[in-house]
Design a protein around this ligand. Structure first.
Ligand code: PFF
Length: 453
């Protein structure tokens, strides 16, 4: 092992770190994607499998990523070079992660832009005019307009750049401390409202009474894939954020809290959305349009619907923003640490490049709809598949193999490279990253590649 750099300046407090890392984890994945895939997979049983995936696979890999970053004291690529040598093939794992974060930012910002547009629509009252068809038609109108999509995407990236440019304490931590409590407050408000609505009980039953006949092999794979995505694993985020952590921080405890908060948000958001859907007697398996097409119609039928809609889309925008911040920070940390650029220049460069790459993604919904990058998939869908189905799981697989097989307990390590190991906890973690996680992730990857179909 090379000598790690002198400890770099980092988070002002552990609490700040928890909020920033939870901010990364809580995003469109929790509020937009988790509810609709839970709806499609039939509720309770899927939720149970998902919880097991978070606990047995996601959590151990998160600990491993934080550990790699804290020990390396560098960006996602640099940390592997510090730990294994400049020319070590493990640095390719870092490369894959930075690439994943960068490509992810480009298409994530398109969907995040929709949430900005809906905040505007809700605030100006456009969302509340007309009949249900007109309201759900607003979504099609938005995605059909290339200039509007690019405008919102640009504004979203600009906001992200504006925050990341302020640095770890002055930008990311400071804004997470404002946005995350805001997000929790808004969510609890909506949740309480949902639970007292007529669909509240039915929504609880749907989420927590498992019906195992609804479970298919696809449900298992989707649960695992989503556990990765939702915890921001495989894209270098936890390595990068871990590199700003102090050597004494208890990585097990911190990871547990982040995963718990992330799960809580996913559960509350789903219960709220389902209670609204059930109250209106609508089908629960509406798919990706659930949040942008179905919900606005339903909000209109509720008392205080206008305020609720505004609160909901603000919540979505906050969640997307704190996740995008982490993606950009992965790229920025790399450019600062490895190329020696100043933060302002690195951030503008990373944000600008992600914006340019995002333009073809925005155009995939309209002008370039006919252009297919991978067979049968638009640029947006190809990027999404490349990152969510391959790069993130592959990154997670390599991190677990590294932590389980290369990273041995016996090595001489400085404090920042040690886990607060309480014997049993360490043994369980080591077993999970060494055997269970690689086997499970490999299974998913092979399945995605079509080996079992
Ligand atoms: N965890 C984010 C979400 O649930 O929306 C998505 C994400 C953020 C994935 C950052 C990966 C990442 F590096």
């Amino acid at each position: 092992m090379d000598t790690p750099n002198a400890l770099r300046s980092g988070w002002a407090s552990r609490f700040g770190f928890i909020l920033a890392a939870t901010g990364s984890a809580v995003g469109l994945g929790n509020i937009w994607k988790f509810p609709y895939i839970t709806g499609i997979h039939g509720g309770g049983a899927f939720v149970l499998v998902y919880l097991l995936c978070i606990l047995l696979l996601g959590l151990p890999i998160m600990v491993a990523e934080l550990l790699i970053g804290r020990c390396g004291q560098r960006d996602a690529i640099g940390s592997f070079m510090v730990l294994e040598g400049r020319k070590s093939p493990w640095r390719l794992v870092g490369w894959g992660s930075v690439a994943a974060a960068f490509v992810l930012l480009s298409f994530y910002s398109v969907v995040a832009g929709w949430s900005f547009d809906y905040v505007c629509k809700a605030a100006t009252g456009i969302l509340h005019r007309g009949n249900p068809e007109q309201i759900s038609g607003l979504f099609g109108e938005l995605t059909a307009s290339a200039p509007r999509l690019v405008f919102w995407q640009a504004l979203f990236i600009l906001t992200t750049v504006g925050i990341v440019i302020g640095g770890i304490r002055g930008g990311i931590e400071r804004w997470s401390k404002i946005l995350m409590p805001g997000l929790f407050g808004l969510l609890i408000l909506l949740f309480l409202h949902g639970m007292f609505s007529p669909g509240g009980m039915q929504s609880l039953k749907f989420m927590f009474v498992p019906d195992f006949t609804k479970l298919t092999s696809r449900s298992l794979l989707d649960a695992l894939g989503h556990a990765f995505f939702t915890l921001s694993l495989g894209a270098g985020v936890m390595i990068t954020y871990g590199s700003y952590l102090d050597p004494e921080a208890d990585l097990f405890g911190l990871s547990f809290r982040i995963a718990l908060l992330d799960t809580l948000v996913a559960m509350l958001a789903s219960l709220t959305i389902f209670s609204v859907v059930f109250s209106a007697g609508m089908p629960i398996d509406g798919g990706p349009g659930l949040v942008f097409k179905t919900l606005p119609i339903l909000f209109m039928q509720l008392p205080f619907g206008k305020v609720l809609a505004l609160v909901f889309f603000l919540l979505l925008a906050f969640a997307a923003l704190t996740s995008a911040i982490s993606m950009l920070e992965v790229v920025v940390a790399y450019v600062i640490d490895e190329w020696g650029w100043r933060r302002a220049k690195a951030t503008s460069f990373g944000g600008g490049a992600a914006f340019l790459l995002g333009i073809p993604c925005a155009l995939s919904f309209n002008l370039w709809e006919g252009i297919k990058l991978l067979p049968g998939r638009t640029v947006f869908q190809s990027f999404d598949m490349l990152v969510s189905s391959y790069l993130l799981p592959l990154g997670g697989l390599m991190v677990s193999l590294y932590a389980g097989w290369v990273w041995t307990k016996e090595r001489e390590k400085p404090a920042s490279c040690r886990l607060a190991d309480s014997g049993v906890l360490f043994a369980v973690w080591h077993f999970l990253v060494r055997y269970l996680a690689p086997a499970a992730v490999l299974l998913v990857l092979l399945n995605e590649a079509g080996l079992f179909s």
